[in-house]
Structure formats: structure tokens, C-alpha cells
Write a protein that binds this ligand. Sequence first.
Ligand SMILES: C[S@@+](CC[C@H](N)C(=O)[O-])C[C@H]1O[C@@H](n2cnc3c(N)ncnc32)[C@H](O)[C@@H]1O
Length: 290
Amino acid sequence: MAGLKTNTKLKPVKKADLQIVKPPKTVKYNDIDLNSWRDYGHVKTDTLWEFPSRLKEGGHSNEYHGNFIPQIARQLYERFTRKGDVVLDMFFGSGTSGIEAVNMERRCIGVELKAELAEAVSAKFSAKQLVTDVNIICADSAGEAVREKITARLEIMGEKKAKLLILHPPYDDIIKFSDKKEDLSNCSSTEEFYELFGKVAKNGYDMLEKGRYAALIIGDKYANSQHIPLGFGCMQKMNELGFITKAIIIKDMQGNERAKGKTANLWRYRALAGGFYIFKHEYVMIFQKL
Ligand SMILES: C[S@@+](CC[C@H](N)C(=O)[O-])C[C@H]1O[C@@H](n2cnc3c(N)ncnc32)[C@H](O)[C@@H]1O
């Protein structure tokens, strides 16, 4: 045969020359190879998250008051999703979870109440991405009708259930997102807020695969001179549904703050005069559906 040397002496292979390639060791819900766990220094495992600034690259912008920083989605996807998984975000807002899903080769279904916002956010994705990667539903996340819509989108994406649930509700009435009566920022009382949140969480619970995780991003508020622990109130709603709590992470809020400088002194004065403390944190609470 042309080109084949017949007199080449093959050297015996020494044991030391053989590189043993271990198959990846992963858990069911992420792609982290535990054989090389030391290589994942960028993935958080502690309960204090400090991000000095908001990530701006990768299609993210800070035009929507009340969105979370992309690093939250990034950390959640690393720990609780695999490539190609479908994330369900019941309060899609400006679509941070969807943009990061595309960046990290995940997929996303986002539900948002405000039609004009859902439409504006759609423009952030290509026509193809809106079919294969990011499905945006304009609906009331607390309603019955949304369940059928999510199921239909999951079916289009070839899935029965979502693999990660994200809940980033309004923090009661702290920021008014719209005048709609279904809007969780328009509740007449905190009790009603908890009730509506419970309905959204139930819809999310039913759409999530067993064994998979849910993340609740929320902050507390002050009203009538007292601290209202919205985070723990919502956590209780999650537990009542059957979610177990896996972590309560404190996230510092520096990255969210915009132009607080001018009013910082006023808040400091109010805190000193009123016997309270200024919020510098919010929660990222992690749950699992058993
Ligand atoms: C805190 S923001 C979420 C921001 C989002 N995580 C982001 O990064 O852009 C809450 C969103 O929930 C929406 N919302 C409020 N009530 C809703 C409901 N009943 N159903 C669906 N969306 C709702 C608001 O319009 C708002 O955009």
C-alpha cells in the first residue's frame, strides 16, 4: 500500500503513558463535573452574594427599574440547570432570565402581565430564538389560564415540565409596575399579596419537574414603622406547597442601586430618627420540589 511504512517498529506502550479519561461525574440537575470541582471557582456555594456592579455585556441593559442583575440568573443556571434545559420565569419583566438563558445555551419560558413590556422584550430576541429558545407569554401568572399556555409552550419545546422555576415578584407595593388589578404590586394589603404569590407559586410548582429546583428573589419592606418580612412570608407559601428550603442567600443590593447618592443622607437621617436600618440586601431563596 502506498505511503504505509511496513518496517516501522512500534514502541511498547508504557503504563505511565496511558491517560485515563474519567467519564464526567455529575448530578442530575447540572453539568458541573465533580471530578474537576476545583475548576468551578466562579460558581458560588456560599450564602453571601456580593456583586459590586451589574453585568452589562451579553445583551443586558439596565433600562427596567426592578430587574435583577444577570449574575443571579448565571449563578442559578450553573447550579440548577443543564445545557438545553427549559427555565420557567413567572415574572419575566425585562427578560433578564431569557437573555442569560440564550447566553448559556439554556431555554426559557417567561410569563409577564404587561403586554407592552412582553412585546418590547420580544424585540431583544431574533425570530428564530423566539421559537426555539425563548417563549414569552403575556398572561396573569396567578390565573388558571396560564397553565394551559405554559404546557403548550413546553410541548412546542419538546418538554413535559420545566427544569428550573424562577420567581421574582414585585416586593409587594414598593415599585408599582402597572395599574392592572392582577398585578402583585397593586394588592390592597400584604395578606392579599401573599395570597396571589401563593397562586403563582402553585402554578410554577405544578409546571416543574420533580427533584428540580426553584429560586425566589425577593426583598423585605417597611410599613407603618415596622419591618415586614416579605421574604419569609413568601418562603412559608413555598413550603406550604411542598417545596423544601435548600438555602437562604443574602445578596447585597449595591448592583441594583441607581442614583441613590442624593437621597442616601435623607435615608440615614430617617433611620437614625426612626430606629430602623436601611435595607442593603435582598434574598435569593433556593427550594427543591421533592
Ligand atoms: C420584579 S419584576 C421582575 C423583573 C425581572 N426579573 C427582570 O430581571 O427584568 C416583577 C414583574 O412581574 C410583573 N407582574 C406583576 N404581577 C404579575 C402577574 N400577576 N402575572 C405576571 N406578571 C406579573 C410585573 O409587571 C413586573 O414586570
